[in-house]
Design a protein around this ligand. Structure first.
Ligand code: ZN
Length: 334
């Protein structure tokens, strides 16, 4: 994609030096209620990359909705080089229902690249790819943890692609995970189109988490500076040196019961350290959970009720624990 080419979304051309909201019609509700997906397009006078940013592909993951709202307010087309294409809410149906899924109970992020004649999820995925992703040169997809599970701000991407590495490092999250692409995800579809993409995961579903939101807005702007879309800040702080890991794993509940833990997000854990205990409600049996890995806690459940096999603590594996601890402390102080 040439950065000086025309930008046309849903048949509407966007001229250099303009900002507009384009509404893409999507399948209506069975109540005869029409639905549309608003896309914000801010195009600078000067040519440059086209960055696609989207949130709420999972309809209960809301931090990204607020990140994009703030990003749009802060992006001035007179200073922008290139184009920002931003969708604060992709899964309109899910957001209405406070649900991760679509009304057909499919996960949109397992339905890419989709097709015009497929399921509802497949059609929405296809629309997103055809109208927005194929119009872009770079992409950022915003997510959060699941309901009752919170993630510390983290970026995921395919670190074999140097352009993806550049974006991931520029973002400024304390953790980067070199993670495998999941079939059917937006990431997989963007990868197939040769568009570098990073995922920002922060906070939990159905909640606003201020630190995650601020880090998300700052992160996207950092990426835009690195791509040359915004001018660099002269007296800016040194960028954060993120912890880069290639594997992370969830510790799971060995039995069902009440989960007690004092583990904090960002905490350093050594192999065999206690992650907490699970007791039955009468306190007759209590089993301690020990960490199988050394690393940093990047996610945890906040629901004390667990079934056997439930994921309770997510650890990014690393032996460089002191550096990891310093990085997290640096992030918290900003
Ligand atoms: Zn998600």
């Amino acid at each position: 994609m040439n950065s000086t080419e025309k930008v046309v979304i849903a048949g509407t051309p966007v001229e250099p030096g303009t900002a507009t909201t384009i509404t893409i019609p999507i399948p209506q509700l069975y109540t005869h209620t029409p639905l549309e997906m608003p896309v914000h397009v801010i195009r600078g006078k000067k040519p440059g990359p086209r960055l696609f940013v989207c949130a709420a592909i999972h309809g209960d993951e809301l931090n990204g909705v607020e990140i994009i709202r703030r990003l749009i307010h802060k992006t001035n087309n007179s200073r922008l080089r290139g184009t920002l294409i931003a969708i604060p809410i992709v899964n309109i149906y899910g957001v209405i229902q406070h649900s991760r899924y679509l009304p057909d109970r499919r996960d949109l992020n397992r339905s890419f690249p989709g097709s015009e004649k497929g399921s509802l999820a497949s059609r929405l995925a296809n629309l997103l790819i055809k109208e927005c992703v194929e119009n872009s040169t770079h992409a950022i997809d915003l997510h959060t943890g699941a309901i009752h599970r919170s993630n510390i701000p983290q970026v995921r991407g395919d670190l074999k692609n140097p352009e993806t590495v550049k974006m991931a490092e520029a973002f400024g999250a304390p953790v980067i995970i070199d993670s495998k692409v999941r079939d059917g995800s937006l990431r997989a579809a963007a990868d197939d189109l040769g568009i570098p993409i990073i995922i920002y995961e922060a906070g939990e579903a159905l909640r606003f988490e201020e630190r995650s939101i601020r880090a998300g807005v700052a992160g996207i702007k950092n990426v835009m500076r690195t791509l040359g879309m915004l001018s660099r800040v002269k007296s800016g702080k040194e960028p954060i040196k993120p912890l880069v890991v290639s594997s992370s794993s969830w510790s799971r509940a060995p039995i069902s019961g009440i989960f007690h833990t004092k583990i904090k997000l960002g905490e350093i854990i050594n192999s065999n350290d206690s992650l907490g205990s699970i007791a039955d409600p009468f306190g007759e049996t209590e089993i301690e959970i020990q960490s199988k890995h050394t690393g940093m806690v990047i996610g945890r459940t906040y629901l004390p009720l667990v079934n056997e096999g439930d994921a309770v603590v997510h650890i990014a594996q690393t032996d460089a624990v002191e550096t990891a601890a310093d990085t997290f402390a640096d992030f918290i102080e900003r």
